[in-house]
Design a protein around this ligand. Structure first.
Ligand code: FAD
Length: 470
């Protein structure tokens, strides 16, 4: 039987461990941190996440979708808050059954660890940080957090799911030198988490079923609901060189002045604003791209270790779960689950095929996530973008089979890849904005006529792109 070592028991690693065990492999899952089911978590580190269709598909594959859904709060749209405290709800889709979910990161991670641990062929080791990987021999060295001793684990193959700062990737970088491409691009903004506590009797202080956004141009606040009635709030703010930036907000008075000016309706909902602002860490936001993900057919990077992205499409975890689905489909081709036949697996071919299929899509979602950073902080407050959203929502409600906005293509249409969603979604956006700008979508036209015009313009843009880029 093939022995598989998975390094990093976060969201991707724990789902992968469960799925590989279900396929009959012998799995060892090693995590740097203590078992999160036994210790309290660090405050201020992305406590809840938006889970959507691509992520749900991964959970479904491993038979844990229904359990995960018990942890979910549906969010039907974006609730936009202006400076005067006015709000409006912009639905994510015109189709009633399409929404995203707020889910607790530790809750989901615990569920996946529980399910993986139930498998007789999974061994989970906590408090062991990977320091180095011998890529050719599929052997990794770990430091025990408690005893400080070193141990080495050798397997047939290793999966590096140790997140954005991956030690496995570092070993590839050092071993392959110029044959390993790596880029890390930071935004000039960082993020900080705050909390709107629950109201009495676990009530919600603002509308529960939405992702709340306070878009302010260069800075932005968002809030996602938790099951206990609280909201996890995330402030995205430039580090420096702006009237309001992390470098300038150095006293409680300054923080209050800033929030009173920019987000007055939030101040009363966060009783410990300054305390949390200074107590919680400021996190960086970056995109990691690298290749190859495969080393000697012995080691493969997956999840954030292979493709960390900025969080503005709410797709990092979803993409990481989709990684597991894509790998599983390839495994099904080469190592069918029935009859069990797991000796002599050609991992090199599997890993190469996986990367060829997957890389263009994770590159696409990385670029889309940066696009959405601008859309969320600036465009959601602009009139032309609001008109575009309204039109797209009407298209989706009236012609649900014919029209998917870029957001819907990425978030709800898991049957198409991220790279296809990027191509079509960008062309549609350009088409609608051009037509609105030129006044070509007139009041007199029926919705159907408007849709036909948008489709025609989209096809023309796609055609021009094809001619230009081949
Ligand atoms: P991680 O979840 O980072 O897990 C990596 C694991 O490896 C961790 O448990 C870590 O302790 C362990 N590890 C690290 N180094 C070592 C080592 N040397 N040895 C052993 N173990 C190690 N995604 C969404 O889909 N929706 C969202 O709404 C969303 N919001 C986000 C908001 C913020 C502010 C941020 C920063 C990210 C957000 N994401 C979101 C992205 C999401 O968090 C990641 O894409 C996802 O966690 C990736 O899973 P992973 O398992 O690859 O990495």
């Amino acid at each position: 039987m093939n022995n598989i070592l998975i390094i990093g028991a976060g969201l991707c690693g724990s789902l992968l461990a469960l799925r590989m065990a279900q396929r009959g492999f012998q799995v060892t899952l090693v995590e740097k941190r203590p078992d999160l089911r036994k210790v309290t978590q660090d405050a201020g580190r992305s406590i809840n996440l938006a889970l959507s269709d691509r992520g749900l598909r991964g959970l479904r594959l491993a038979g844990v979708e229904e359990e995960a859904k018990k942890l979910c709060i549906p969010m039907n749209g974006r609730m936009i808050h202006d400076k005067a405290g006015n709000t409006f709800l912009s639905p994510y889709s015109g189709r009633k059954d399409e929404y995203i979910n707020s889910i607790s990161r530790p809750g989901l991670n615990m569920l996946l660890l529980d399910e993986a641990e139930k498998m007789p062929n999974v061994n989970i080791i906590f408090n062991h940080a990977c320091e180095e990987v011998d890529l050719e021999n599929a052997s990794a060295t770990f430091r025990d957090f408690n005893s400080k001793k070193e141990t080495t684990i050798t397997a047939d193959v290793i999966f590096g799911t140790d997140g954005a700062g991956s030690a496995v990737r570092k070993s590839m970088f050092e071993s392959h030198k110029f044959l390993f491409s790596f880029s890390q691009q930071w935004l000039s903004h960082g993020y900080k988490e705050l909390e709107i506590p629950a109201a009495e009797n676990n009530g919600y202080r603002t509308y529960k079923n939405a992702l709340h956004i306070w878009p302010r141009g260069e800075d932005m606040l968002i809030a996602l609901p938790n099951l206990d009635g609280s909201f996890t709030v995330t402030l995205f703010l430039p580090y420096e060189n702006s009237d309001y930036c992390f470098a300038n907000l150095t006293t409680p008075e300054m923080v209050h002045e800033y929030f009173n000016k920019e987000f007055p309706d939030v101040v009363e909902m966060i009783p410990n604003l300054a305390e949390e602002f200074f107590g919680n860490p400021t996190g960086p936001l970056g995109t990691v791209k690298c290749s190859p993900w495969n080393s000697f057919g012995k080691v493969l990077l997956m999840g954030d270790a292979a493709h960390a992205i900025v969080p503005f499409y709410g797709q990092g975890m979803n993409a990481s779960f989709e990684d597991v689905v894509v790998l599983d489909e390839i495994l099904e081709k080469y190592v069918p689950s029935r009859p069990p036949q797991r000796e002599g697996v050609d991992w090199d071919t599997i890993f190469r095929e996986y990367e060829t299929l997957r890389k263009k899509d994770t590159d696409a979602i990385a670029d889309l996530a940066v696009d959405n950073f601008h859309e969320m902080k600036e465009h959601t407050a602009m009139e032309i973008f609001q008109r575009k959203r309204k039109l797209e929502t009407a298209f989706e409600a009236e012609f649900p089979e014919e029209y998917y906005s870029k957001y819907s293509l990425v978030t709800f249409k898991e049957s198409i890849t991220y790279s296809e969603a990027l191509k079509r979604g960008r062309a549609q956006d350009k088409a609608i904005l051009n037509l609105l700008d030129d006044g070509k979508l007139t009041e007199e036209m029926s919705l159907k006529e408007k849709l036909e015009l948008v489709k025609k313009e989209t096809e023309a843009i796609l055609h021009d792109d094809e001619v230009a880029f081949g």
